[in-house]
Design a protein around this ligand. Sequence first.
Ligand code: PGA
Length: 249
Amino acid sequence: MRKKLIVANWKMYKTPDEARAYIAAFLPLVKEHNRGDIVLCPNFVCIPTVVDALRGSAIGAGGQDLSWEKEGPYTGEVSAHMLRAVGCSHVIIGHSERRQLFGETDDGVNRKVKAALAAGLQPIVCVGEVLAEREAGLTEDVLRRQCGIAFREIGGDDAAPLIMAYEPVWAIGTGKNATPEMAAEAHGVIRAEAAKACGEEVAQNLRILYGGSVKPENAASLMDQSEIDGALVGGASLDPQSFAAIVKY
Ligand code: PGA
């Protein structure tokens, strides 16, 4: 049985003060919760505040992106080692907003996944089709391509910390979520690709999250699918009450 994981992707929202106030409100709401794991992914400048405010809880912190380089003259970039140094356990890689708005490529995603794993971070790798691809019947092809490249040169035990997130792009921030059946089908494709690249054991233990307009009202029906191992939550994670309701679905 894979333990569920619920991840908050705060995107480019919140200052350190706002992050601290959020966590002060959130922690009491999930105090008794131990059924699944929780990770908060704030923007880079909020990470130290979030790590500090979460101290003593079982909740982890993660970055929303990283550089594949260790260090060097790369203005604006943050390395895996730096994320580790400020207390991150996870990092989101290949979010569709990075792919669509900032030119992230499948190859870049692969390099970032390798850098994260090498530094001991758990990558949360996002894949998913845009609406035109779904309508043209290309969802499976897109997922196979994105996963195939993301998993390149990542073998066996090294791949064990990997986490995937299926995020259909048409469902992100739109209020439209994939049906639990659509998500379960896509998760099956991702798991099959993982088995091919990383072996059956890694694939069976791989947690595949669903992301795209997850909210308190639809969390239970999605999480009830045995193929869905958790959620990556954007908009609805910005409010502590609503994120707590999702965590406790
Ligand atoms: P959303 O975003 O929950 O606001 O749709 C999800 C995501 O982008 O990870």
